[in-house]
Design a protein around this ligand. Sequence first.
Ligand code: FES
Length: 143
Amino acid sequence: MALYSDKVFDHFRNPRNVGVIENADGVGEVGNTVCGDIMKMYIKIDDGRISDVKFETFGCGSAIASSSMATEMIKGKPLDEAMQLTNKAVAEALDGLPAHKLHCSVLAEEAIQAALIDYYTRKGLELPEELKKAAERAAKDEH
Ligand code: FES
C-alpha cells in the first residue's frame, strides 16, 4: 500500500486556500518543536461564519495537505462547527496519514483554534468552552 493517499498528494501538489488575508479577523500561528514546522492560519468572519480562510505552511507535505484540507472543511461553516474540527477528521478526509505524520494534522487543528481564539480575544468576547481548553494547552506549551 502506498504510504500516502491520492488525496494527500492532490492537496500537497495543489493546495487550496494558500496565502494571507490582509484584514483577517483572526490569525493563529502554531509550530511543532520537534520537526520545526510552522503553520499560520488567517480567518475572515461574517455573520458568525468563516467567510474566508487562508494559510501559510512552512512544513512537510503532510502539513501542507492537512492545512489545505482543513481550510476546505471550515470554509463557510459556522464558528461553533469550525472550532470542533479535529485532526482526526482532517486525517480521515485525506484518506489517512501514516502514524508518524499524524502530528501534521494536529498542527492544522491547532492553527484553526488559535485563529479563532485570536478572533474572540480581539473582540473582547468570552472564549467558548471548546476553545478554552485549546487556549490552556497553548499557554502550557509556551512555558
Ligand atoms: Fe512535522 Fe509534518 S513533519 S508537521
